[in-house]
Every structure is written in structure tokens, then in C-alpha cells.
Design a protein around this ligand. Sequence first.
Ligand SMILES: NC(=O)c1ccc[n+]([C@@H]2O[C@H](COP(=O)([O-])OP(=O)(O)OC[C@H]3O[C@@H](n4cnc5c(N)ncnc54)[C@H](O)[C@@H]3O)[C@@H](O)[C@H]2O)c1
Length: 331
Amino acid sequence: MTTTPAFEGLEERSRNMSSLHKLTVLGAGVLGGQIAWHSAFKGKTVVVYDITADALDRCRATHEQYAEIYLSEVGANEVEIAATRQRLSFTTDLAEAVGEADLVIEAVPEVPDIKADVYRKMSGILPAHTLVATNSSTLLPSDFAPDTGRPEQFCALHFGNGIWAMNFAEVMAHSGTARETLTQVTEFAIEIGMVPIPVLKEQNGYVVNSWFVPLLNAAQTLVTNGIARPEDVDRTFMIGGRTIGPLGLMDMVGMKTSYDVLAHWGNELGDAQMTANAAYIKERFLDKGLYGVPTNEGYYVYPDPAYARPGFLDLPDISVVPHLVSLLSPR
Ligand SMILES: NC(=O)c1ccc[n+]([C@@H]2O[C@H](COP(=O)([O-])OP(=O)(O)OC[C@H]3O[C@@H](n4cnc5c(N)ncnc54)[C@H](O)[C@@H]3O)[C@@H](O)[C@H]2O)c1
């Protein structure tokens, strides 16, 4: 086996097990919080880094919600939950956060300048052996490989929201990623219970966001352009058996990340509708402090969203017809 200098000696480690035990997650938001909690639950030692103490406090509060979910839905017991908490630590000091990391997963906002800045800041302080992965939804590892200062130790590892149930992780290389990096990162994914999905070529949006982002954008277009009420967009998706629609999913993704993705790609692609959709989300939600599930309100109000209540998909009483017709025709 040939190794780059960064990996010398690693071939002696036991195969079929990564040497990635100490994880640092950058960004304690929706996905960073989930990756951190789940990895700790699976036995990794995890440091969570964010730029403000408030963000870390919000992450800790979210972890208490995850504890309930893992107890009730994942089959965890109290001992495992206590051990998960023990394996987690939190800091706003970047050098402290990454100083002992075997793997850093970056989950900062989907804004290229913010990601590039974090990678550049980190490049001088990372231990030589540390691998780095981006959890970006739509950006490429090659966009940031030079900023990391260690392109051969960098790839994408992309998780799904609701990590305990959406247990897949997409692995994507750029042209300079070393084989050993991909081996270790893929082993890590399996160790924390993720089905690895190899993305065979660099692709914005990987596999899942190649269809998921267009779905959310199409749903948002119907609302932005006044074609349909949000709950009716979701009804059309849910009738027939699905438990959540695209606008409920947008609340889960979070309005900030939804906005970041649509604003970036609207601008990049010169797509006026996507830009209008981003502007709608900003005005209707972000400017009012409504971030979706993270703030308990977006298209729906949580923890008891209308789409999950009995009756949401039921055949209505015929007495609703005058109201529906009034929506259809203002004349
Ligand atoms: N939300 C999803 O469903 C989802 C799913 C898969 C991947 N992702 C990706 O994960 C990344 C994070 O998305 P999110 O939805 O968790 O965002 P988020 O807005 O919920 O969280 C981002 C966090 O990053 C912090 N942050 C901002 N600047 C930072 C910096 N310079 N250094 C460290 N932290 C910083 C913020 O304070 C915030 O806590 C994005 O690339 C996104 O595309 C999101």
C-alpha cells in the first residue's frame, strides 16, 4: 500500500476500523448539533465549536430534545444517554476545539465565504494527522480544498437531517483527496451507523440534494407566486401516505439554510425565481425571527404542526366550498 507522508504509519492500524476517535464539529446549528450528538452516542469523543456561547447553549438545549428522541425512538437507555453527554464538550475557542481532533466535520452556514474563512483559520492550527470533511449541502470539496491547506486529507461527508433515522452519509472526493482519507472517513461513517453513499464524481448537491433542493424550490415557487397555500402544497405531497410535505421539510432544514442555498444558487445560476424565493423566505420568516423548527415556527408552529394533526388530509365537509371558491376567483 502506498501512503502520503501524512498517513505514514496508519497502515499498521487495525483494518476495518478507522483511527478517527476524536471528532470536532464546527457549527453547532441544525446539522452540526445532530452530527455531534449522534457521533457521541455512537462512542466518539466530540468537541462542538461555534462562534458564540449562545449558539452553544442552543445546541445543548437541542441535545436534550435529542436525548428524548433517542430514548423513545432509537431504543437508547439512560446509561447510554448519560455516556453520550459525557463524551460531548463545547467551546468557542477554535484552537482548543481542533487541537486534538482526528476528524473535523465542518457544518457552518452554507455561505462560501464563511466556510473558506473557517478553513483558512483552521489550517495553521490543525494537528498534522487531522482529516477534514465538509457537510455542505450544495458546495463542492474542490471549492475549499486549497483553503484547508491539506487537500489530500479533505473530502465531503454529507449527512441527512434527522440523522438517527436518515442514516446515510454521502462521501465525495475532490481530485486531490487521498484514498486513505476516503477509507477512514467511510469507515467512520459506518462506525456511527451511517449507510455510506459514494458519490462517484463531484456534484453540487451530491445525490440527495440534486433532487431535494429542486423539490423544496418548486414548492416554494408555488407559494412565492401565490399559486397555492403552503398547507395545500404539502397536502398534495402527503395524500397517499407520506408523513411530511416539502414545506414541513423546509421548516426542518431551517429557514436560514434554506435561504442561504436559494440565495447562493439563485445568484450563481442567474435564476430569478430562485432569488425571488430566497427573498420571500427572508421577508416572511428570517426578518421576523422565524427560523422554522429551530425557533418553533416557520410554515408551521411546533411542537404540534398542523400537518401532523388528525384531519389534515381528511376529506373536508362540503360546507367549505364557498371559502375555497372565494380563494379561486376574486370576481
Ligand atoms: N439543515 C439541514 O437540513 C442540512 C442538512 C445537510 C447539510 N446541511 C449543511 O450543514 C451546514 C450547516 O447547516 P445548518 O442547517 O446546520 O445551519 P445553521 O444555520 O443551523 O447552523 C450554522 C451554525 O454555524 C455557526 N457559525 C456561523 N459562522 C461560523 C463560523 N465562522 N465558525 C463556526 N460556526 C459558525 C452559527 O452560529 C450556527 O450555529 C451547511 O453547509 C448546510 O448546507 C444542512
